[in-house]
Write a new protein. Structure first.
Length: 188
């Protein structure tokens, strides 16, 4: 009788522990603001002192000549870096994605300086955890390919948003295809 009672208590204790489970950790990091790229401030025009010319019979003072501000060469707009897209449940780069990354690498090496963050995104299907992992694999596959094309790894970072930031809020294959993507953001 005593053994039976002990078994019942043990089963109940195990059931309570199993039912309560572990505390859930927050899997998606809170969105931190990303500092926007700051364009260098244009140099203020310096006033030009009037020039004096001495002519044989008179002194002429000229009005200040307006100084044209030098054109500030800004980095290529972020739209210059094209997004790449993935097949369902895949982080393998298609030939179209590789071609796009080759163009992006050329821009990164010739026109853009600073760091680039590669954001991995997924469609709404699948669990949060699965999509976060898949988004990270997608971003890392793009980063690895850019590195093989000559972009320094220290200029690149990856982040996964999983299904948290859809490009298209629709619930059909066309919308899902737009959401399975990597985007490139200038962070410095």
């Amino acid at each position: 009788m005593r053994k039976g009672m002990l078994r019942c208590v043990m089963v109940l204790c195990c059931g309570v522990i199993f039912a309560s489970g572990c505390a859930k950790e927050e899997l998606v990091k809170k969105e931190e603001p990303v500092a926007a790229p700051v364009a260098p401030a244009p140099k203020p025009a310096q006033p030009v002192a009037p020039r004096e010319e001495v002519l044989p019979t008179q002194t002429v003072k000229e009005a200040p000549v307006p100084v044209k501000e030098e054109a500030v060469q800004e980095p290529a707009p972020i739209s210059a870096l094209e997004k790449i897209y993935f097949d369902f449940d895949s982080f393998t780069l298609s030939q179209a994605s590789r071609d796009t990354l080759a163009k992006d690498a050329e821009i990164l090496l010739k026109k853009l300086s600073g760091k680039i963050q590669i954001e991995g995104h997924c469609d709404e299907r699948g669990s949060d955890e699965y999509n976060l992992a898949l988004g990270e694999k997608r971003a890392k596959s793009a980063m690895n390919y850019l590195v093989t094309l000559g972009v320094p790894a220290e200029r690149l970072s990856v982040i996964s948003y999983g299904k948290e930031k859809p490009a298209d809020p629709g619930h059909d294959e066309a919308a899902w295809a737009k959401n399975r993507r990597d985007e490139f953001v200038i962070v410095k």
